[in-house]
Ligand binder design. Structure first.
Ligand code: MGD
Ligand code: MGD
Ligand code: MO
Length: 765
């Protein structure tokens, strides 16, 4: 269990190239256009770039794998952003990892390369097998590979297998995958959502009876106030900036709540505005509330207190549709303004000014992402945001609502399709009635539970539909040693990553078709469907020639596995589903609520919107049938002296664990990712300078984790807070450090101590 096993995402060669410039105020604009073209042409060449980018998010094209932000119904001829284009180019790259690539290099040697290097090798094009005790991957035929998996599955009880999903999988493949897992006999369906918006799902379900947001893209045009909380859209959802700009032009105000002043929220320039010869950037956020990490719950308490004390509440909504209001008011009385100021890091006047803006607004939208969900109190803080919106009746009203901004492009759809370790009885009853299977009832492992089960020797077969389980999950070294106890690990993937290299006792890589590629099965062009962050289900049609004739669709892989593993007279026609997505959609229509006439409705050019009772009719499917004010005590924010709170964030040049480059352009950090952003005053108090090298120790309930050799970069952020990039910092996140109720790793709340390397290296400004 040491870094030389190859768990680390950085290599020493990344080390010395750190350059620092001032953080950018303006997001997008011409630099983004240049970066898009440079990156795309380098990976795809000129003609493939033009052909590919012109198909992104078009009605007859493919859904951008970049994020889950919805497309406007009048998608312009170029409806993508810099980072979407990077995601597309990454998949449509011309580079290939051929079987011979593995002949001359051991798995250990590959594990010593950086994530950036691994991804740069190109598309996986052939099934590969790492036999027990082997140190090199060998070419294997599809039939043989599938037999190895089904033999492994058949030789142990179903609860000893687990099936992970990352959020790029289409609705059709996700549906078949969960159907196979449940037919085989397990709900062990951990997914990336467990590390992402699980807190949103849990929080919203209890508060409003649905685990999804309540706005459509159209609502942004009718909003008076948009709160963007714990989110960096300039990098992670760049197309959202266009919606914010348009709302702003129609008179909406924007409040940005974040320990960092992220570039996109300060000023934004739409790349296409240059074409219209309109110069100058536009300011987006009217107010930036620079909360401390974890200070949002205190801020929400402050806003709630302000609105209640000034009477800025929607009495009619509260009486007719809600429960728990007076209890919440009583609880709020116990939160003092001193505590609110101390915990949020804001002063009362700032909070009251924001409260005034809220009170003056008829239609408020609250958006959030990982800055809220990946906290100890991730569920609670989302309920506090919900309380605030309920207070003003901002649900089921045009221009208003809750908006968890999803990450992976189909992460929401995968959940709708049943990728969930703890499905409701109602969901399973419908699934069983529609498909004829008998689903297991006991709940399965989520991501953290699955790592514990592997650690305890309880898993024999681990199949991953996409993703990079090792690097995305917490406690990297523990996770690596846990994976090593599994008999067989299987990665269904498009690109090489660290999960192919730190494996079970034996391992398979199964290469699959990506979003951009043509899928011809049974002589017909197949298409798939996805659900975006606002519950719109629409088609995605790939058009590029596949990277290799050996690639298979995700649906084909799942069905082929099912045919080998389940009894030959199984009630599901797996053969048909392996080659005909229409037949899968017909089965979905029978088995999942809201998908009636799926095949017809999905063919309408902009797709269809799933029912959303709170938004559609202020109907709340909670146990008491009401929208619930759920009040929560504030988390303990006290830190010991010399302790810092670390958040792990994404740079501008990465897609989760896929590292496209070593620059974080908007934050002015170049050439090196092993850095720690820190408040300049905190640095000088310790006698530290820019580029001082430090070792980090994280502390959780008496256990520690260490990661060495990071360089400090002074940054405008609250005192006591530091920031690093994920996945490099994941070895510091203790497996047991998870959010209450959602069990999401607390990737934004890691208590650390820092120690400078002695003697200090030569330090320049
Ligand atoms: N280009 C690109 N696009 C992506 C991704 C990618 O990696 N690259 N990933 C996709 C995925 S899966 C997801 S989930 C989303 C993630 O999208 P984001 O949630 O925007 O991603 P993070 O980088 O984790 O940023 C979290 C933000 O929260 C802030 N923050 C951290 N802690 C706190 C806190 O306590 N309070 C508040 N108010 N703010 C806080 C950070 O400063 C940062 O701005 O993006 C999706 N889109
Ligand atoms: N410390 C820390 N940890 C975090 C986070 C954080 O903010 N901080 N964020 C968390 C979040 S929000 C998320 S969503 C997870 C992400 O966790 P994952 O979804 O597991 O990770 P990704 O990096 O998105 O997965 C990338 C891999 O997916 C494969 N892939 C890409 N496209 C396809 C496809 O179309 N089909 C298939 N089968 N495979 C494909 C490629 O092989 C690629 O290497 O990480 C979590 N981990
Ligand atoms: Mo995510």
């Amino acid at each position: 269990m040491s870094e030389d096993r190859g768990c680390s995402s950085t290599t020493p060669s990344d080390d010395n190239r750190l350059r620092i410039s001032s953080p950018k105020a303006v997001a997008a604009g011409i630099p983004a256009t240049i970066s898009t073209m440079r990156h795309s042409i380098a990976k795809m060449g000129v003609s493939r770039t033009i052909r590919t980018l012109s198909m992104v998010n078009q009605k007859d094209g493919f859904d951008c794998p970049g994020c889950a932000w919805p497309d406007p119904s009048d998608a312009s001829s170029f409806e993508f952003c810099e980072n979407g284009a990077k995601a597309v180019a990454d998949e449509a790259t011309k580079s290939r990892v051929e079987p011979k690539f593995f002949e001359n290099i051991t798995v250990q040697e590959l594990a010593n390369k950086s994530d950036y290097w691994l991804n740069n090798q190109g598309r996986l094009v052939h099934p590969m097998y790492l036999p027990p005790g082997g140190n090199k991957y060998q070419r294997i035929a599809w039939d043989e590979a599938l037999d190895i998996i089904s033999n492994s599955l058949k030789s142990s009880p179903p609860e000893r297998a687990a099936f992970y999903t990352s959020g790029r999988t289409s609705n059709e493949a996700a549906f078949l995958y969960q159907l196979f897992a449940r037919s085989y006999g397990t709900n062990n369906l951990p997914d990336c959502s467990n590390m992402c918006h699980e807190s949103s799902g849990r929080g919203l379900n209890a508060s409003i009876g649905i685990g999804k947001g309540t706005v459509t893209l159209d609502d942004f045009e009718h909003s008076d106030l948009i709160m963007v909380i714990g989110q960096n859209p300039g990098t992670n959802h760049p197309r959202m900036l266009t919606a914010l700009r348009d709302a702003k032009r129609k008179g909406a105000k924007i409040i940005h709540v974040n320990p960092l002043a992220e570039a996109g929220l300060s000023r934004f320039k739409h790349p296409q505005d240059y074409m219209n010869l309109s110069f100058g950037s536009e300011r987006l956020a009217d107010v930036h509330l620079q909360v401390k990490i974890g200070g949002d719950a205190a801020l929400m308490h402050g806003l709630l207190k302000y609105c209640i004390s000034t009477g800025a509440i929607d009495n009619k909504f509260i009486q007719e549709y809600s429960a728990g209001f007076s209890q919440m008011c009583t609880n709020l009385e116990n939160t003092t303004w001193e505590r609110i100021e101390e915990d949020s890091g804001l002063v009362r006047e700032e909070i009251e000014r924001a409260g005034e803006m809220f009170a003056d607004s008829k239609a408020v939208i609250a958006c959030w992402a990982m800055g809220l969900t990946q906290h100890r109190n991730g569920v609670a803080v989302i309920q506090e945001v919900t309380n605030l919106l309920l207070l003003g009746g901002h649900i089921g009203r045009a221009g208003a609502g809750l908006c968890p901004v999803r990450g992976h492009s189909n992460v929401q759809g995968d959940r709708t399709m049943g990728i969930w370790e703890s499905p409701s009885e109602e969901f399973l009853l419908r699934m069983d009635a529609g498909t004829g299977i008998i689903s297991p009832r006991s709940h399965g492992y989520d991501v953290v539970g699955n790592i514990r089960a592997m650690r305890d020797g309880l898993i024999d077969t681990f199949v991953c539909m996409g993703g990079n389980f090792l690097s995305a999950t917490p406690d990297t070294e523990l996770t690596a040693s846990s994976l090593a106890k599994v008999g067989l690990t299987v990665q269904i993937s498009t690109k090489l990553n660290r999960s192919h290299l730190l494996t079970g006792k034996s391992a398979l890589i199964l290469p699959c078709l990506g979003r951009t590629e043509l899928d011809i099965a049974n002589g017909k062009k197949q298409f798939v469907s996805v659900e975006n962050s606002m519950s719109v289900v629409h088609t995605s049609r790939g058009s590029l020639q596949p990277a290799s004739s050996m690639l298979r669709s995700e649906s084909w892989i799942v069905c082929s596995l099912a045919m080998r593993t389940l009894p030959s007279d199984h009630c599901v026609n797996w053969l048909e589903h392996s080659i005909n997505n229409d037949s899968t959609r017909d089965l979905i229509a029978k088995s999942i609520a809201g998908f009636e006439n799926f095949n017809q409705r999905v063919r309408v050019p902009s797709g269809f919107t799933l029912p959303n009772p709170p938004r559609d009719s202020r109907t709340f499917m909670t146990e008491n049938g009401k929208a619930n004010f759920i009040s929560n005590p504030l988390p303990d924010m006290n830190l010991k002296e010399d302790h810092y709170v670390m958040m792990t964030i994404r740079s501008h040049d990465q897609y989760n664990t896929t590292i496209y480059g070593l620059h974080d352009r908007y934050r002015g950090i170049h050439g090196n990712r092993r850095v720690i952003l820190m408040n300049a005053q905190d640095m000088s108090d310790r006698g530290w300078k820019t580029r001082t090298r430090v070792n980090v120790t994280s502390h959780f309930k008496g256990s520690t984790r260490a990661a060495n050799n990071w360089q400090l970069v002074p940054y405008d952020m609250p005192r006591g807070n530091i920031a690093t990039y994920f996945p490099e910092a994941n070895p510091l996140v203790h497996l047991d450090s998870t959010a209450e109720l959602s069990n999401t790793p607390t990737s934004k709340w890691i208590i650390c101590t820092l120690e400078s390397l002695n003697p200090p290296s030569s330090e320049e400004e």
